[in-house]
Design a protein around this ligand. Structure first.
Ligand code: ASP
Length: 309
């Protein structure tokens, strides 16, 4: 049987150790563990990598601690606009949504785009119309309201700045979320979900829903989910760049993902990290920031839940 494995992240960024209370850290770890365990359970029962990444991301979206689904940051107009994507490395099928609101689990809508439409990427009103036709129920604003996120927004709302939810030194509550997995048949998949950046406007879209930038999966190489300054990750075509280095330069998963995060994206000014898996179940989780909420588990019995480097 193929080694099977899963890795998840809850965002990379400025993490000041002293700002985190033991209670808060315990909560992060327990939500990461819940997502990891449920994703792993699917793989353990012989389920697909696509199912595992969707389930893991849904659990992180349901946690108010991470900047996705329930914990999404506020836009300049005091609303929430969420982005998500999913890709199946076996078929190269992919689905993505952007600028959606009221949807509890954006990753599931991205999966529906992949499986129930002829398209790859639906955005804004059209994506909401698609959700309506599939009978998605909409959550109220109250479901997505979070005092901390609102405070983050109040601090910069009258300025032109927009920020990563994890770039503040004041607190360490942040995190776009993602998952990558390799199943028992050696098929891999990746999923990513985010609320984007605090105070974003003009329909700003980051890397998370962009296939090849924030998310990518291909059984020939690897499955990748990114987190960090989206503008740079788009310009660096980061997720696909890792796959390209493996395919065209024959690099290992480790060498390729480290080259991209610790060199190529840094060279253009980007900060963040990624999680990666290949069809042998190998996992890499490099980041060039102070920390990245991350966890991984393999069928060889290895398990890790970490925040700092
Ligand atoms: N990459 C995301 C974006 O730019 C943000 C993040 O990873 O936290 O929308």
């Amino acid at each position: 049987m193929n080694t099977f494995s899963i890795a998840i992240h809850g965002g990379a960024g400025t993490l000041v150790k002293g700002m985190m209370t033991p209670e808060l850290e315990a909560k992060y770890r327990s939500d990461l563990k819940a997502a990891l365990d449920q994703g792993y359970a699917i793989l353990n029962e012989g389920g697909t990598a696509v199912d595992a990444v969707e389930v893991a991301v849904k659990i992180l979206e349901n946690s108010p601690l991470f900047n996705a689904g329930k914990g999404s940051v506020f836009t300049a107009s005091e609303s929430h606009e969420m982005d998500a994507s999913i890709m199946d490395g076996k078929t190269l099928n992919a689905g993505a949504v952007s600028l959606i609101s009221g949807i509890k689990n954006p990753v599931s809508l991205a999966r529906d785009v992949m499986e129930k439409s002829e398209h790859v990427f639906l955005a804004g009103e059209g994506a909401m119309q698609f959700a309506k036709e599939l009978n998605y129920t909409l959550e109220s604003d109250a479901y997505f309201f979070d005092k901390f996120r609102h405070q983050q927004w109040l601090e910069i709302k009258d300025t032109d700045s927009f920020q990563l939810d994890h770039s503040t030194k004041k607190d360490s509550k942040f995190g776009t979320v993602g998952a990558v997995a390799c199943d028992q048949n050696g098929n891999i998949a990746a999923a990513t979900s985010t609320g984007g950046m605090t105070n974003k406007k003009w329909g700003r879209v980051g890397d998370s829903p962009m296939i090849g930038a924030g998310n990518y999966a291909n059984n020939n190489t690897c499955a990748i989910s990114c987190t960090g300054s989206g503008e740079f990750f788009i310009r660096g075509v980061v997720a696909y760049d890792v796959a390209c280095l493996m395919e065209h330069k024959g690099m290992s998963l480790k060498a390729a993902s480290e080259e991209v995060i610790n060199k190529r994206i840094l060279d253009i000014g980007g900060d963040g990290g990624l999680i990666a898996v290949d069809t042998k179940g190998n996992i890499e989780m490099p980041f060039n920031t102070e920390g990245m909420y991350r966890a991984s588990k393999t069928s060889k019995g290895e398990e890790e839940i970490s925040i700092y480097s």
